[in-house]
Design a protein around this ligand. Sequence first.
Ligand code: FES
Length: 106
Amino acid sequence: MSEATTTTTVALTVLPEGRTFDAETGTTLLAALRRAGVLNHDCDGGPNCTDACHLFVLEGRKSLSKVQRDENERLDAIVGVGSKSRLACRAVLGDQPVTVELLTFV
Ligand code: FES
């Protein structure tokens, strides 16, 4: 007998578009936004990254993975960063709904 694989999803709302879709928990915001066709950002978050996946998390911030030093250092170098800033390639979805506002990338 094979085990069924279950996928847990959470609501992800994207502003300013106002679109909400189900995203897999445990994936990055960037992966979820790509899968939903919201953006085509093809950066991999590596050393040559342009930090173009900066966005604001308006709701559900505590449900996301904690900001690590690497992300903090990258955020420090970006103009326009605020207390709601995250890098989509670093923030991993938890089990609570999240609302993000896209900024510089599409
Ligand atoms: S994908 Fe480049 S910093 Fe996130």
